[in-house]
Design a protein around this ligand. Structure first.
Ligand code: AHR
Length: 335
């Protein structure tokens, strides 16, 4: 069951999950036995958490990693084992297996891709180690993890698509798409949301290719598109994240065209570099994807390890920015 946003009442009894062998327990003996124990009676217990991060592909990811490390700090009662898998799904699954064999109290995963998680999640469940997902979702059964916290990728795509439909949808518009990592939830869901929002408009997708959420990837793919269609043959870029949009800007400028004017750009994330490009008129619209998920993830871990109920699904709040809004937001932008 999906529960909107950060408010809402607890709806998922993790205790029940513990009974079915999913979540709620710790490697050292369940809810009241709590995480790795240190110190004598009454001493606060340190919770040992393995965090399997995707990698370091983007500015968004850097902000997310920082938020997670701050939230899972020693001072806040955690012993964090951090792994970044360099965008390699097999390496990320291996990291989770290593957390299981280390006997951590909980595992947090930002899954690179949606598929392929069933076996390792079942292994964690058998070891009675609860799993919390942050950022991206998986296609595996909800029974295999305790909770998820992240952003509504489909809605982000819809919001970006609505902007495109309203601003460009009545004239013939050739669009190229810079897709995120193939098989990842944000790439799938943003594409779906955007397509539904531009349906029935005059926006035509002439090419769509992955740039893997990286600046370099966005630049290379955009160079290919420019070679194929020429700057005159492209009216709009939909970039699944700011980093790829920033790479596309470099490619467009190198081709002698003006990003934001000759070729419009809409992207997702709203990291500082993207917002600066928007304020400079090189990007036309950005939908926010909030990376500051650490505190919510840490709260979920604490509750799950303590056997308390948690919401199964928690969405972060996302906004959207045009040029004026970006200029206003930039001075206090946290990431
Ligand atoms: O999963 C969130 C996406 O991953 C962000 O939009 C992108 O920048 C990151 O790499």
């Amino acid at each position: 069951m999906k529960v909107k946003l950060l408010s809402g009442v607890a709806t998922v009894a993790v205790l029940a999950m513990a009974l079915t062998g999913c979540g709620g327990g710790s490697s050292s003996g369940g809810a009241s036995g709590g995480g790795a124990s240190e110190g004598g009676a009454g001493a606060a217990k340190t919770i040992k958490v393995g965090f399997a991060q995707t990698g370091s592909e983007s500015g968004w990811r850097a902000a997310n990693t920082k938020s997670m490390k701050e939230a899972f700090s020693k001072e806040k009662g955690f012993d964090l084992v951090f792994n970044a898998a360099d965008n390699d799904p097999a390496a990320q699954i291996a990291a989770v297996r290593s957390f299981i064999s280390q006997g951590v109290d909980a595992i947090v995963i930002a899954p690179i891709v949606s598929d392929g998680w069933d076996d390792v999640l079942k292994e964690a469940q058998s070891a009675k180690i609860p799993v919390i997902l942050e950022d991206r979702t998986v296609s595996a059964s909800e029974d295999l993890y305790a909770a998820w916290v992240g952003d509504d990728f489909k809605k982000e795509g819809e919001t970006a698509g609505k902007w495109a439909a309203e601003n460009l949808g009545t004239a013939d518009t050739n669009m190229v798409v810079l897709e995120g990592t193939t098989g990842s939830a944000p790439a799938n869901d943003r594409a779906e949301g955007f397509s539904s929002a531009i349906a029935g408009t005059k926006i035509k997708t002439v090419a769509s290719q992955t740039g893997d959420f990286t600046r370099d990837g966005g630049k290379k793919v955009m160079e290919g598109f420019l070679q194929k269609f020429g700057a005159d043959g492209i009216d709009l870029v939909f970039a699944h994240n700011d980093d790829m949009a920033l790479g596309a800007i470099e490619a467009i400028e190198a081709a002698g065209a003006k990003p934001g004017t000759d070729i419009k750009i809409v992207s997702i994330d709203a990291v500082k570099d993207g917002m600066q490009a928007l304020a400079d008129g090189k990007i036309n619209y950005i939908v926010e994807c909030n990376p500051l998920l650490g505190d919510q993830a840490a709260e979920l871990v604490k509750k799950v390890v303590a056997g308390q109920p948690v919401e199964k699904t928690t969405y972060a709040v996302d906004g959207a920015f045009d040029q004026e809004a970006a200029k206003a937001a930039l001075p206090t932008r946290a990431y």
